[in-house]
Ligand binder design. Structure first.
Ligand SMILES: [Mg+2]
Ligand SMILES: [Zn+2]
Length: 182
């Protein structure tokens, strides 16, 4: 079986400049390349809520252009994202793919034979952590992106990440050292 890291995108892999979708606004987050390189035993997936599409802020094509730019940069650094899953819906649509729903994790698990108990979610929003816990993964809450803004909600909603990290590299290091505890 394979171990996976389910990565939120905006605020985790790239800076969240507010519904980022233009390549000229793309900024890679600190420590992402070095962090992902440390996690070489894992398969990587992106799971992203992209309600900006449902809200009419940008198109699905804009989303793919921006996302492909990120994937290209990671590729050049020999980092492979197996699949990008995204929810294009407006929150009011009440779909089954928007995080914290676990639909995309379940899809990846089936297709890539994932061992969820040894897999992780890394995200900067409480719904990322919630999705991970709901799916039976471990989860890291990142204080980058929107992480600081939503931090209090974790407690309020009784969502308990395995670790809260200041940045991506710290998250990666926690996962590596935690490995032996499984
Ligand atoms: Mg995010
Ligand atoms: Zn959706």
């Amino acid at each position: 079986m394979n171990k996976a890291i389910f990565l939120d995108r905006d605020g985790v892999l790239n800076k969240d400049t507010g519904y980022p979708h233009k390549i000229e606004d793309f900024i890679l987050s600190d420590g992402v390349v070095s962090g992902l390189k440390k996690l070489k035993d894992f398969k990587f997936f992106i799971i992203s809520n992209q309600s900006g599409i449902g809200r009419g802020y940008y198109t699905e094509e804009d989303f793919h252009n921006f996302n492909n730019h990120l994937l290209d940069i990671l590729n050049k650094n020999n980092i492979k994202i197996e699949r990008t899953y995204f929810c294009p819906h407006h929150p009011n649509e009440v779909c089954d793919c928007r995080k914290p729903n676990t639909k995309f994790i379940k899809e990846a698990t089936k297709e890539f034979n994932i061992d969820l108990t040894n897999s992780w979610v890394i995200g900067d929003h409480p719904h990322d952590v919630e999705m991970g816990i709901n799916a039976g993964c471990k989860a890291i809450y990142l204080l980058t992106g929107h992480g600081k803004k939503h931090f209090d909600e974790l407690k309020k909603e009784n969502i308990k990440p395995n670790f809260t990290a200041e940045n991506f590299l710290q998250a990666a290091e926690f996962i590596i050292h935690n490995k032996t505890n499984n």
